[in-house]
Every structure is written in structure tokens, then in C-alpha cells.
Design a protein around this ligand. Structure first.
Ligand code: URA
Length: 238
């Protein structure tokens, strides 16, 4: 645990420049344990420190790990061009501390999206060597047939991919819906695989990453939550 001056603590949590954080403190907008701290040089142990800014409670976090239930028409790109970015669904502090999506979902894909400001977590989660299964529910234009399921399980050849790509699990859920589990995360992979197998994806939702299920998080579309350590551990387990 380390002891840091309050202005530095606020800065590290995304409340703005050091100067701006000093102003917040001097203006009496920051409190710890219900007591306004107006001295910018007061130092505190950061571990699990609880504080409030403008009356809103926060807990110090060295890094943040977030699960978002992404709605349609939000872009994962850092510089969104046609739709708002997913960062606009989070408190503005997160953009200031450089929170980024872990991998990408298409603008019209919904469901579980991880976000973090921890570079090694982002790198580890995005590494192609990791083989973390990702579970999708795809809604198809044409009816799901046994041939389609068989084709996706044996593998389809995609343009620019040297070897055929196969789903590790593919199950018909109903006439127009499939559960598809992939270990890779290639560009538009589900949609391209469905197209290569002769169908068309009209809606796509990611419902699980590793052992972390969206339904257990209880998030409505557009809502987010912190992922604490036990939930992060699920990300490696299938
Ligand atoms: N596959 C796709 O085609 N799109 C996504 O957003 C995710 C996986």
C-alpha cells in the first residue's frame, strides 16, 4: 500500500489534471469518511480508500476492470466515426484514466464487452495464444439447418485466412438462432463464418467470455459494473 497526497490520488482516478484536482480539494468538493479535506497536501493510504467528489462516493482503484452490456449502435473504436463510442456509456473519469475496450465488438453487436486501463490485462485477454472461448448467440436470416451447424463445426474457409475456421460448439437454439462458441477473435468472425456457410447474421450478442456469463452480471443494455478478482478469474476458465 502506498501513501499519496490527495491531489495525486484524485488525478490517478481520472478527476483531471493535478491543478484541477487541487481546485476541487480547495473548493471543499472532496470528502473522506464524511469529512471535507481542503488541504491538497493531506496524504492517505490508497488501498481501498473511500472518498467522495461532489458528494458522489468512489473507491480508489489502482486499475479498473469493467464489464459493459453493449447496446447496438455504439462503436468500440477510440475515435468513433458513425456512432457514439462505448466510453460515452461510462463515467467520464474512465476515459481520463485511459480505459479501453478489450478487443472489439461490431457497432451492431450487443453483449459482454470488457474494458480496462490495465495494459497487461488488456494484452493478456487479447492474446491469440490464450484460447479463451467466447460464446455468441447469432440470429440468422435463413432458417438454421443441420448442414449449417455441421459446416460451422467442421470449418469454413474465410478470405485472408490460411486455414478453415471452425466453431468449437455450435447448437441450434431455435428456427433462427444459433449458439456459437469460438476460440479466436478474427475480424467479423461470426458474421463472416455464417456468410461463408451460406446464411446471413442479422443480429449478434456475446453472452459469455471464458466462464463469465453476461446473465450473472444482471446488467441491462448500456449498463456496466466493476469486475472484482473472483469474476476476473472466471475469464480464463471455460
Ligand atoms: N464476430 C462478429 O462477426 N462480430 C462481432 O462483433 C464479434 C464476433
Amino acid at each position: 500500500m502506498s501513501k499519496l497526497p490527495l491531489d495525486r490520488i484524485l488525478q490517478s482516478q481520472g478527476f483531471g489534471t493535478r491543478k484541477w484536482c487541487q481546485r476541487l480539494i480547495e473548493d471543499g468538493d472532496v470528502a473522506i469518511a464524511g469529512e471535507v479535506i481542503a488541504d491538497t497536501r493531506s496524504s492517505f493510504e490508497t488501498g481501498n480508500l473511500e472518498f467522495s467528489v461532489y458528494g458522489e462516493p468512489w473507491r480508489y482503484r489502482e486499475h479498473v476492470y469493467i464489464a459493459l452490456n453493449k447496446p447496438v449502435d455504439y462503436e468500440c473504436s477510440r475515435k468513433p466515426s458513425h456512432h457514439p463510442g462505448v466510453l460515452s456509456l461510462l463515467p467520464e473519469q474512465f476515459a481520463l484514466r485511459d480505459v479501453q475496450p478489450v478487443g472489439r465488438l461490431d457497432h451492431d453487436t450487443t453483449g459482454l464487452l470488457l474494458m480496462s486501463d490495465d495494459g497487461s490485462f488488456i494484452h493478456a485477454q487479447s492474446s491469440p495464444k490464450r484460447h479463451v472461448p467466447k460464446v455468441y448467440v447469432a440470429t440468422t436470416h435463413d432458417a438454421v439447418t443441420p448442414q449449417l451447424v455441421g459446416h460451422l463445426l467442421t470449418g469454413v474457409k474465410l478470405h485472408d485466412e490460411p486455414a478453415p475456421l471452425a466453431a468449437i460448439v455450435c447448437e441450434k437454439l431455435d428456427e433462427h438462432r444459433l449458439k456459437i462458441v469460438l476460440e479466436q477473435g478474427k475480424y467479423h468472425q461470426v458474421k463472416r463464418m455464417l456468410a461463408a456457410a451460406g446464411n446471413h447474421c442479422v443480429a449478434l450478442c456475446r453472452i459469455q467470455i471464458g466462464g463469465l456469463k453476461l446473465e450473472t452480471l444482471g446488467l441491462m443494455e448500456g449498463e456496466w459494473c466493476y469486475l472484482e478478482e473472483p469474476q476476473r478469474e472466471l475469464l480464463t476458465a471455460a
